[in-house]
Every structure is written in structure tokens, then in C-alpha cells.
Write a protein that binds this ligand. Structure first.
Ligand code: ADP
Length: 476
């Protein structure tokens, strides 16, 4: 059994989580420890005890550990990608991109650890100087989802550690493997005991125990809106800071003047790569009249050519859905869309392959309107719907008519419309002639409205969440 990490020790438990391969449910990736409330409290106590020394560690010491860990991830990219593809169902190529990204994130925050600076200036009063400095926040609870098993943990753990915080980390139940490797790598890179604790286990037990513990100073969460709201409520009860990423209903607006090849490529990638299981996926394809039929025709054709199969098999174009629950959610939403008047243009069928797995053909639903449930609620699978609009103005208004606001894309050759869309989109991230999914690691990531809450993640902006500001006045 793969252990927990508490206070630098590998701890095993009586109960275990089975990590199953969604491409072949007969293949058990491994058994992982299942923490309970006692282990969670032990981990929080260890993080508390380790905090003063880690907060006082030199930036160079933090840098060296993060850099060593980042380098090891890059050296082992193939092996880690294979594990990720096997436990989550992402294609090997996509998994390798994710692993490399995690390595780069650790390297980036190694640099940030030594770059962190304050400000100093004159007071408005004579003879006084003012310093603005940043300090670590304390013990941080990190709760992550299954769809990016190594990159999301890396982009929360790396800034937390770089800026001198200690961590209690709870990955999603479905993907404990990549999380375990990441934590093991960081420990072997030299992290002192208690600085980073790993609690594999149930959200309702371990996650909830982290939320309920007043000794946790801050929580960074990525997952569903429902759990995000719990994180917010529990955090307000303790007056602690929190940061939430909760998905999207991201529009891709395709205008008549778009390059059709590029538009179809953006939709195919944005809607169906990683089996559509990305919070930045394009789930609403908003298409203007004159290009609509040709766009739908070409996209459906490209979708039919995507080979759905085992994530680790050469030639596969789309891997399985992550588990039975998610698959049921995907097919239920397709059914709801049809009942409300949508047309299933292609896909949406459960497929049989050589091995038992959660295979679904990519689904395209046409003739939908923005008020249908398929266009209001996040599906989180290989399902996209098409909304026909008159012109750019109507498209913009439909794109913004959502309670989410993570990412929005436009395909057009017009500088005028592209510029206008960048200004008027009510999303945290905007893409022009690019898929809505697929972002850089060194710039802010995050959304608006119901998608996100709190400061941005990633890049140097991550320090806003992971540090506290202090203003000091001195009369020399
Ligand atoms: P998803 O639909 O992506 O699984 P969830 O919000 O259910 O979204 O899960 C995201 C993370 O939140 C997972 O690590 C999960 O275990 C955790 N989680 C689920 N329920 C709770 C809870 N009640 N308290 C804290 N964390 C939870």
C-alpha cells in the first residue's frame, strides 16, 4: 500500500483506496492509504509545528528544494506521464505535457522564492520610513480535483512552499498516484518533516476535517461549485482566507469571417481533448449564421475520426471518461439536451473496446438555445453544444450570459471584433483564434463570477494568496 506522509513519516492505514485504470477497470494501479480524522489532525499538528522553522528558512534553501524536485519531475516525465495516463485516462502525450508543466511550475517557484521582495519608501510624515513586506500565511490546506492529477497540486504546493507556508494536501480520491509521487519527490529533494503532509482519502472525511479545523490558516480549493461553497462557508466561520476554482461553461464564439480550419481545430481541441474534462473546456460553441452549417459539418466529421480508446495505446485520439459516475452524468446531460429540443448530431454513445473501460464517443448537440440546461450547467465530459446566432453582438451577449466566467474564446480574422471581445468578455481568460483550454504556467490563471473566488493562481500573482502583507513604520 502507498502511504500517507505525516510529519515526514510514511504512514499506512487499515483501509485502502483502490486506484483503478479507467481505460481498463480490471487493471488496479495500486492501493493507497485512506486517512481518517485522526490522521488529518496529526497532519495539521505536524504542519503547525513545522511552520516557524520553515517560515524562517532562507529563500535559497526553499529554492534549492523546489528546483531539485522540478528537475526530477522533468527527468522522470515518461514514467510519471504513464502513471498519470493510467490512473486518469488522459492520453500519454497530454499526460506528458501535464507532467512537464508541473516540473516547470516547481522550477518557476524556485525562482520566485528568491525573487520575493518588499517595498520601501518615505512616509508622508517627515523623518519616517515605511516598509511593505510579505510574510507566509501559515498552515495551508490544499484540496484538489482529479482532472489534472499532478499540475494542479504542483501549482498550489509550489507557491505555498516557496513563500514559507506549510501544507496539508488532500488530492482527489480517483488519482492518488501522481499526488503520492509529487510529495515523495519533494521529500527526497530535502523538505523538512511536517512541511508538506499528504492525506489521501475521502473528501467527505479528510477534506471536511481540514475545513473544520481552526488550526488551518488558509484553503486553496479546485473542484465543484457545491464543494467550493462548503469551503467558503467553513472558511468564513473561522475567518480564514480561501481561494476557489470551480469550473466553467466556456463559450467559443465563431464568426462568419473566421478561418474555418482554425475554428474547427479550436473547437475540437477545446471541447474534446482530455476527454473534455477540463474546467477551461469549450462547452458552448456559439456560431454565426453564414458559417454555422459548414462549421458543424466539418467539426462532426473531425469528431467521427477521433479514435476513442485506451489512453496509453498509440493511435488513440481520445481517452475514456474518468469513472462510471462521470460517464452517467455525461449521458444524462445528453438526454436532457435532447428532451429540451437539442439534436444529437454525432457521438454520445457508450463504446465497447478490448478492455472494460468508460468509453464514450465525443458528442455534438446542435439546435440548442442558451437557456437550455446543457448550456447553463457544467457537464465536464466530451459533450459540446452549438448555439446559432445572428451576428457578433448577439454572440457576445450569449457568451456572457452565464453564471460562470472562467475562459472565453473567439475565432475571427477581424481585429475589430477580436479587440472588442477581449474588452467586453466577462471571463478571467480570453483566447483569440486559440482553444479555450491550454494555458501558460507563468501568468495568472482564474475566472470571474461563479467560476472563481479570491486572488489568481499561478505566476508571480500567486503570492497574493500565499503571503500576508505587513506595513512597518520606522523613525531612525
Ligand atoms: P469533482 O466533481 O471534481 O470531483 P468535488 O468538489 O467533488 O469535485 O471534488 C474536489 C475535491 O474536493 C476532491 O479532492 C474531493 O475529495 C474534495 N471534497 C469533496 N467533498 C468535500 C467536502 N465535503 N469537504 C472538503 N473537500 C471535499
Amino acid at each position: 500500500m502507498r502511504s500517507l506522509f505525516i510529519n515526514g513519516e510514511k504512514v499506512v492505514t487499515t483501509q485502502a483506496i483502490q486506484n483503478v485504470n479507467p481505460s481498463d477497470t480490471a487493471d488496479v494501479v495500486g492501493e493507497y492509504a485512506m486517512a481518517g480524522i485522526q490522521e488529518t489532525q496529526d497532519a495539521i499538528a505536524a504542519a503547525r509545528a513545522a511552520f516557524p522553522a520553515w517560515a524562517a528558512a532562507t529563500p535559497q534553501a526553499r529554492h534549492d528544494i523546489l528546483l531539485r524536485a522540478g528537475n526530477e519531475i522533468l527527468d522522470r516525465r515518461r514514467e510519471l506521464a504513464d502513471l498519470l495516463a493510467r490512473e486518469e485516462g488522459k492520453l500519454l502525450g497530454e499526460a506528458e505535457i501535464e507532467v512537464v508543466r508541473a516540473g516547470h511550475i516547481l522550477q518557476f517557484f524556485a525562482g520566485e522564492a528568491v525573487r520575493l521582495k518588499g517595498e520601501t519608501g518615505a512616509s508622508v510624515r517627515p523623518g519616517i520610513y515605511v516598509d511593505v513586506t510579505r510574510e507566509p500565511v501559515g498552515v495551508i490546506g490544499l484540496i484538489t480535483p482529479w482532472n489534472f492529477p499532478i499540475a494542479i497540486p504542483a501549482w498550489k504546493i509550489a507557491p505555498a512552499l516557496a513563500y514559507g507556508n506549510t501544507v496539508v494536501f488532500k488530492p482527489a480520491e480517483l488519482v492518488p498516484g501522481s499526488a503520492w509521487e509529487l510529495v515523495d519527490i519533494l521529500h527526497r529533494a530535502g523538505l523538512p518533516p511536517g512541511v508538506l503532509n499528504l492525506l489521501t482519502g475521502k473528501g467527505s472525511v479528510v477534506g471536511q476535517a481540514i475545513l473544520d479545523d481552526p488550526a488551518v490558516d488558509a484553503i486553496s480549493f479546485t473542484g465543484s461549485q457545491a464543494t467550493g461553497k462548503r469551503v467558503a462557508q467553513a472558511s468564513l466561520a473561522h475567518m480564514r482566507r480561501f481561494q476557489l476554482e470551480m469550473g466553467g461553461k466556456n463559450p467559443l464564439l465563431v464568426l462568419d469571417d473566421a478561418d474555418l480550419e482554425i475554428a474547427v481545430e479550436c473547437a475540437l481541441d477545446g471541447s474534446f481533448y482530455s476527454t473534455g474534462q477540463r474546467c477551461t473546456a469549450s462547452s458552448r460553441l456559439i456560431v454565426t449564421n453564414s458559417i454555422h452549417d459548414r462549421f458543424v459539418e466539418m467539426l462532426a466529421e473531425r469528431m467521427r475520426r477521433l479514435v476513442v480508446g485506451d489512453a496509453r495505446k498509440p493511435g488513440t485520439g481520445m481517452g475514456p471518461v474518468v469513472d462510471e459516475n462521470q460517464l452517467r452524468q455525461d449521458t444524462d446531460y445528453i438526454e436532457v439536451a435532447r428532451r429540451q429540443g437539442g439534436t444529437l448530431r454525432t457521438g454520445g454513445e457508450r463504446l465497447r473496446r478490448e478492455t472494460p473501460g468508460y468509453y464514450l464517443s465525443p458528442a455534438l448537440i446542435t439546435n440548442t438555445t442558451n437557456d437550455m440546461r446543457i448550456n447553463r450547467e457544467e457537464v465536464f465530459g466530451p459533450v459540446a453544444s452549438v448555439i446559432r446566432v445572428r451576428d457578433y453582438e448577439e454572440g457576445l451577449s450569449v457568451a456572457n450570459d452565464t453564471e460562470f466566467g472562467l475562459c472565453a474564446g473567439i475565432c475571427t480574422t477581424s481585429l475589430k471584433y477580436a479587440s472588442d471581445f477581449k474588452q467586453k468578455s466577462e471571463a478571467g481568460m480570453v483566447m483569440v483564434n486559440l482553444p479555450t483550454a491550454g494555458v501558460d504556467h507563468h501568468v495568472p490563471f482564474g475566472g470571474r463570477k461563479g467560476s472563481s473566488f479570491g486572488p489568481r493562481e499561478q505566476g508571480a500573482h500567486a503570492r497574493e494568496f500565499f503571503t500576508e502583507i505587513k506595513t512597518s513604520y520606522t523613525r531612525p
